[in-house]
Design a protein around this ligand. Structure first.
Ligand code: ATP
Ligand code: MG
Length: 365
């Protein structure tokens, strides 16, 4: 039987509550479908700091490196507001991204029909929306050197961040976007600002060349990132896959998030390069929402983002496309039936807690 190694890092706040519902789904799949998931579990964030003074221990880092996929809950909370910067809870996630070399961040924006009225836009603009933003995660202006504040001496200072992209970085993120498009509606829109940025000119050239060389079967369009942001709220359904850099991707994926209604609904995946020998990518799956300290421990958190993150894990780390589709369909059916956690309540719906929502999805799965 295939062994599939999952490393679970529930983290802080509502992370463990949401992860609990994924654990039920994993147990069910092993039992009923013989999926061979083997899970191990570690600490990340504030709970890891409390246990051993670091946001993630070396031992847990090694387990994350060895696993087929990492499932991550959420980190942080007011309890750790005063801990030193290097060991703050978020440092655990940053270390995971860095050591696993997760350069591609996938943020789907899916609008479940039952929630279209919760969108910031008119329901008809978002109903059935299904777009995927592929954001470059390890390069660009967040990491480029020089990065500093210089004292100019005359009471003036200068803050410097540098946008840097090399050919290989653009090629590999474009490759991820084109490959994902082939499994979807075969369309990619690349966004940069080539009109004012040299890195944007290179981005445009390399995406175009990568497309011509290996992916000419996919439809490619280029858009300036500002115009892209405008189109994203004007006519979001025109997009299938959007590929863009670290900074623009950060902003555009938050904009896309608001198209779909609630933070408690949104999954994400971060992928690394394929291993030279096995072809397998390192990967981490996490909900977009944070640890939500205001509702932690009450059993009312929405577990859908975490469950949908596990669906992405099935699809991208294990190629279990039918199972991923079925899990996403189960989520949609439960929402259609009017079952809701507090964050997505609407008139006429029935409010349930975290565990009941998880059970309802499992029953539909
Ligand atoms: P971070 O800095 O980690 O992103 P944050 O404070 O910006 O944290 P969240 O922790 O995601 O954001 O919480 C923002 C708000 O959304 C909170 O009021 C929280 O209760 C709510 N929220 C977030 N996730 C969920 C969820 N899964 N279910 C219900 N409510 C949620
Ligand atoms: Mg936040």
């Amino acid at each position: 039987m295939t062994v599939r190694n999952l490393f679970l890092l529930p983290g802080d706040g509502i992370g463990p509550e949401a992860m609990g519902e994924v654990r039920k789904i994993i147990a069910y799949m092993n039992e009923a479908k013989n999926t061979g998931f083997v899970t191990d579990e570690g600490l990340v964030g504030g709970c890891a700091y409390d246990a051993h003074g670091a946001a993630i221990s070396d031992a847990d880092m090694e387990k994350a490196m060895a696993a087929d996929a990492v499932l991550f809950g959420a980190v942080g909370g007011p309890k750790w507001d005063a801990v030193p910067y290097e060991v703050r809870p978020e440092a655990g996630l940053l270390r995971l991204r860095k050591d696993l070399k997760l350069f591609a961040n996938l943020r789907p924006a899916i609008c479940y029909p039952a929630l279209a009225s919760a969108s910031s836009l008119k329901p008809e603009l978002v109903e059935g929306l299904d777009i995927l933003i592929v954001r470059e995660l390890t390069g660009g202006v967040y990491f480029g050197e020089p990065k500093e504040i210089i004292d100019l001496g005359n009471g003036q200072k200068r803050g410097i961040d540098t946008q840097v992209y090399d050919t290989y970085e653009i090629e590999r993120i474009a490759g991820v976007a084109f490959e994902l498009a082939r499994t979807r509606n075969n369309r990619v829109c690349s966004m940069e600002k080539r009109n004012v940025m040299k890195s944007g000119v290179l981005w445009n050239q390399v995406v175009t060349a990568t497309h011509k060389e290996k992916y000419s079967d996919v439809q490619l369009e280029h858009m300036l990132a500002d115009a892209g942001g405008m189109q994203l709220v004007r006519q979001p359904k025109q997009f299938d896959v959007i590929v863009t850099d670290n900074l623009f991707g950060d902003m555009l994926s938050d904009v896309a998030a608001m198209l779909t209604g609630s933070l408690g609904m949104l999954p994400s995946a971060s992928l690394g390069a394929p291993d030279a020998k096995t072809g397998k990518r390192k990967a981490l799956y996490e909900p977009v929402h944070g640890s939500a300290p205001d509702i932690a421990g009450k059993g009312i958190a929405n577990p859908i983002a975490m469950i949908a993150s596990f669906a992405m894990c099935l699809r991208y780390s294990f190629g279990m496309v039918a199972e991923a589709d079925a899990l996403e369909k189960a989520i949609a059916n439960v929402l259609d039936s009017g079952i809701r956690t507090g964050d997505i309540m609407s008139a006429g719906s029935r409010q349930v807690g975290t565990a009941e929502m998880g059970d309802a999805i499992l029953a539909e799965f």
